[in-house]
Ligand binder design. Sequence first.
Ligand SMILES: [Zn+2]
Length: 125
Amino acid sequence: MNDADFEKQKARVLAMGKQWITLLWLRWWNIEWRWHRGRIDGESDHTAMATSSSWRYAEAVISVDLLQVAGWDDQTLEKVIVHELMHPILHEMHSCNQDDGHEERVASWLQRAFLTVKNGMEPAS
Ligand SMILES: [Zn+2]
């Protein structure tokens, strides 16, 4: 991926991300995007986006592998962005750092619900 394609994908993610940050009432959060051209540190090869959050300080970091994102259509990109933006909201529900999978399931559930509403009640995949 050359620099021009990298910047193009970055702009694509940011445009959709900013739209959903507004819709989900996350504009008062400090959300940092970190851009990668390949595997995200500490994640598996298949993870294209990963979010870490600190609800105490309303801060989140969304790491994005733009190589994988470049192969997605807009619908897939939107699905993943909405899923990732559920994590800052849901993370506060944890009373410990143990990852028992519940946050992932609820994030996916809410992502489908929000996209169903956005799509005029057409059930999201
Ligand atoms: Zn997730």
